[in-house]
Design a protein around this ligand. Sequence first.
Ligand code: S3P
Length: 177
Amino acid sequence: MNLLLIGFRGTGKSTVGRRLAERLGWTFVDADDELETRLGTSIAAIFAERGEAAFRDQESELLVELLAGTRCVIALGGGAIVREQNRAHLRGAGTVVWLQAEPQCIVERLARDPRTGSQRPALTGLNRMEEVVELLRVRNPLYAESADLAVVTEGRSVDAIVDEIVCFLQTPPRNSS
Ligand code: S3P
């Protein structure tokens, strides 16, 4: 099985995923990095040259492939849960963990992260803060329906977040005998 990290841009999926994979002795895959490597171009360039729908098609195709692996911690792009078909693929593919942060924190993290320019093109005509608030309103129910566990990342160390996820993985389901 795999461990899938979902959540909005800037919620820590790549940072937490890398540390989690080290802790579990599993392979870490960042879906955005993998997509850029395979296509030999940046996500920003794909959006600019071919549009968001073309990016989503590539993202969906890669997701199916990545989910076929085992013992992988996979950090998905923040919008991977938007397509129903992708959410269906996530069901039964592993443990899905939703990383959360408030809009202010997300906007600050995105401004600091050097990957924002190449991997995070604008998704709406709104300013950054308005975009985050609006997309969280639309996406939060989709993250919620996909997740086995929701973890707040704001104001916490990476190790504390990883501890919480590892503890969840080690706890047997309530109805197991
Ligand atoms: C996107 C999030 C990005 C990347 C692309 C689209 C989104 O991934 O896949 O820019 O729709 O929220 P991160 O969540 O890793 O930034």
